[in-house]
Design a protein around this ligand. Structure first.
Ligand code: PBG
Length: 333
């Protein structure tokens, strides 16, 4: 440092002192991103030798099981310790009540079993909700008048959870937003002997327009209506705490806020109010926006990705579900 710095203001505190060198900045850095924080959402489809890019999610693919296994082995090597699995279900297997969801020989169940054979140490988290399996595309059973039937849906979700646990899932992640499903799933898992299978609850899940690309990936957009009678109103925050507290009382091991970036305030609220790990889902629309701007050359994509995920952690998330997981693990190497 040059003593000739001609600072004329008489300041006791100069916050810039701690930003002067890279070593100083690293010493005082509060938030660190690591591959251990990341959960990689992945799409599995029927067939063999399939790797089809999702048009609205460049860099994300629907993999057939054979290629998915190779990809999972790869990302595990890169330090990613957990994946969240989502199935692309053919129209022919969808029905009004989503019966395929608890088929012991269904795509999810076969995939989980194969992953546990090939890459046994990676944590496999399976999604619980009916939307990939129902012909109408809703997360629950549809009544005659078009309303979503809560309690009958919960019964199906509990069966789905047990079938996934039987296949070898380490954790199940209910993303449906029905009331009382965490308690019912915990009871069913325990009754079937799966006391060690954890529950990651999508607790504060909002009725968000940011899920569009994901619904493209799975062909799962609702055929009629929207999800506002079960997913939360984006305008609300106290309700998020209520949902989180109920899920924890009912037995959730971890809770989630979703989406992440437009809900950083909710992540902070939840992480201040709870003593369980908090996950945040950096969803498909958040991914697509960064990818699109990056492809246009309008932003420095890699830097924006790291800044975005760091901000989600800084807001209080312990874990981040993100389609950037592989890219970030490579950057952190
Ligand atoms: C379905 C589900 C959705 C996502 C995860 N699980 C979509 C929805 O609720 O309509 C969205 C994830 C994303 O957008 O990345 N239960």
């Amino acid at each position: 440092m040059s003593p000739a710095d001609s600072n004329s203001l008489s300041l006791r505190y100069r916050p810039r002192r701690l930003r002067r060198t890279s070593a100083l900045r690293e010493m005082v850095r509060e938030t660190h991103l690591s591959a251990n924080d990341l959960i990689y959402p992945m799409f599995v489809t029927e067939g063999e030798n399939q790797k089809v890019e999702v048009a609205s999610m460049p860099g994300c693919y629907r993999f057939s099981l054979d290629l998915l296994l190779a990809e999972i082995a790869d990302v595990y090597q890169l330090g990613i310790q957990a994946i969240a699995l989502f199935p692309v279900v053919p129209e022919s297997k969808k029905d009004e009540t989503g019966t395929e969801s608890y088929n012991r020989d269904g795509l999810v169940q076969r995939t989980v079993a194969a992953i546990k054979q090939e890459v046994p140490d990676i944590t496999v988290i399976t999604d619980i909700a009916l939307d990939p399996f129902t012909s109408h595309g809703h997360d629950g059973l549809l009544g005659e008048d078009g309303t979503i039937l809560n309690d009958p849906t919960v019964e199906v979700l509990a069966k789905m959870a047990v079938s996934q646990a039987a296949a070898g899932a380490d954790m199940v992640a209910p993303s449906d937003m029905m009331d009382g499903r965490i308690g019912a799933i915990r009871e069913s898992l325990d009754a079937a002997g799966y006391t060690n299978v954890g529950i990651l609850a999508y607790s504060a899940k909002y009725a968000s327009a940011y899920y569009g690309p994901f619904r493209d990936a799975l062909d799962s957009a609702p055929k009629s209506g929207d999800k506002k009678t079960y997913q939360m109103d984006p305008a609300n925050s106290r309700e998020a705490l209520k949902e989180v507290m109920l899920d924890i009382e009912e037995g959730a091991d971890m809770v989630m806020v979703k989406p992440a970036l437009p809900y950083l305030d909710i992540i902070r609220l939840v992480s201040d109010a709870t003593d369980v790990p908090v996950a945040a889902y950096n969803v498909s629309g958040e991914y697509a926006m960064i990818k699109a701007a990056g492809q246009m050359g309008w932003i420095d994509e890699k830097k924006v990705i790291l800044e975005t995920l760091t901000s989600i952690k800084r807001a209080g998330a312990d874990l981040i579900l993100t389609y950037f997981a592989k890219e970030v693990a490579l950057m952190l190497k």
